[in-house]
Design a protein around this ligand. Structure first.
Ligand SMILES: N[C@@H](CCC(=O)N[C@@H](CS)C(=O)NCC(=O)O)C(=O)O
Length: 203
């Protein structure tokens, strides 16, 4: 299997970390959807990161779908809790983390890809408020019920929260005051110290 995309993408990074948690062999090709667009396009004409190229040549995209596929390959390690109510919570937290990623990406694209005179402030304000809401909900959820930092217990919710917060910190540090999200920040810092995270760095 080949994972295509750069680890500064939270979507690529969460797939890379989960591949390691699932102990699946893969090769990583850190192509950029921007600076190496043509090379990326030759592998996946749609140019979406992450892209996963299977050994039989099939090209998968979308981190959630890729992770669903990868989960089916591992009998011993699960990325979601088995218990229905724990699973619902994990799905909820993962959705919040992914919304946080999506909104941070939108801010980056709005500032980096659109000419400054074409910035649409009402749209950006909406995105900022959605970004803050996603992390506020995560903060409250972690305050009510902490998540495990045991590497053996990590699943998609845990990985996605830490990856999302690190990405937001990296890309939009000016937008959110980390001091307002102490639980999310501390939880992320704890996971970033684990070997599987440290060996899969965003930068
Ligand atoms: N929902 C998708 C989002 C993936 C995504 O938007 N990736 C960005 C890189 S962070 C990308 O491919 N951008 C190029 C584009 O959308 O044209 C997923 O979970 O994989």
């Amino acid at each position: 299997m080949k994972l295509i995309g750069m680890l500064d993408s939270p979507y690529v990074r969460r797939v890379a970390i989960c591949l390691k948690l699932l102990k699946l062999e893969f090769q990583h090709l850190p192509l950029s959807v921007f600076s190496t667009f043509d090379e990326f396009q030759r592998i996946n004409p749609v140019v979406k990161a992450p892209t996963l190229v299977l050994d039989d040549g099939q090209v998968l995209m979308d981190s959630s779908l890729i992770l669903e596929y990868l989960s089916s390959l591992s009998a011993e390690r699960r990325l979601w809790p088995v218990d229905a109510s724990a699973r619902a919570r994990a799905v909820r937290l993962t959705g919040l983390a992914l919304a946080g990623c999506e909104k941070a990406v939108q801010v980056v694209y709005e500032h980096n890809l659109r000419p400054a005179e074409k910035l649409h402030q009402p749209w950006l304000d909406r995105v900022y408020s959605q970004l803050a809401a996603a992390f506020s909900q995560l903060e409250q959820a972690l305050r009510e019920q902490p998540l495990s930092t045991d590497p053996a217990q990590l699943g998609l919710a845990e990985v996605s929260i830490a990856v999302a917060w690190s990405f937001r910190q990296l890309m939009t540090p000016h937008l959110v005051d980390a001091a307002d999200y102490p639980e999310v920040a501390a939880y992320t810092a704890a996971l970033e110290r684990l070997p599987v995270f440290a060996q899969t760095p965003a930068v």
